[in-house]
Design a protein around this ligand. Sequence first.
Ligand SMILES: [Zn+2]
Length: 281
Amino acid sequence: MNSIFNQLLNVKGTVVETVRVVDSPLRPVPVLEIHVRPRAGMLRCSRCGRRRRGYDRGGGVRRWRHQDFGCWRVELVSGMPRVDCPKCGVVVASVPRAEPGSRFTRGFEAECAWLMTVADRKTVSGFMHVTWRTAGDIARRVADRLRASMPCPFDGLTAIGVDETSYRKGHTYVTVVVDHERHRVIWAHDGYGREVFDLFFRRLTDEQKASIKVVTGDGARWIDSCVAEHCPNAERVLDGFHIVSWMTGALDTVANACGTMPGAAATNGRRNACAASNTPS
Ligand SMILES: [Zn+2]
């Protein structure tokens, strides 16, 4: 039975010792409690990360919420053994299944973070049985983990785009920078304007700035001045979205103006404007 749970958990360096169902009135739902221990010889120092010899079993136990097995809520329970590290001394061993300080396994956190990208707040809280604030902490840890495992998003940039967008009904702005080559967001920060865009360039090394050849964006002057200062060799390009948006707005203005004219001139003007706005660019 334990070997089946070992396969179901699929947590490296962990061995299942016992499994039991805890149905206590103190808990909102029954819990499948899986007691685990680190695999022999797999203990690592929580400070330097090196594999070390075990010192003792430590004191007390800790729990981590894992992904549900069907309708069962799953919790892993384990002691916190200590290791004898020549470099760091006697310290608690690292936990391979979870981030330091987290009450959730990495698998649970990955599922929760993914759900946050495709579902609304109510669905995430209801499906994962976590508060929205807790889900936010989880997303932050997953993002940090992914960032640490990925190559620097600022390396090898050649064409970037910048734009600001608003949320909270237009009361709060955020500036977003994208990598056109890799089709992904590489940076975002609250606010907009020259000071905010400057913060992006301050994250880049001189070599990373020099590799940027094209910067797209709307016609804002703060983009021009920022690009001129940090990437003087980059070409400043107006992006297609804004050009189409401005053209459509201009045609609407013309059409509305024609609509106010009396007689045939107005009709012809409106018809011509509408025909022009329907012509693919
Ligand atoms: Zn160490």
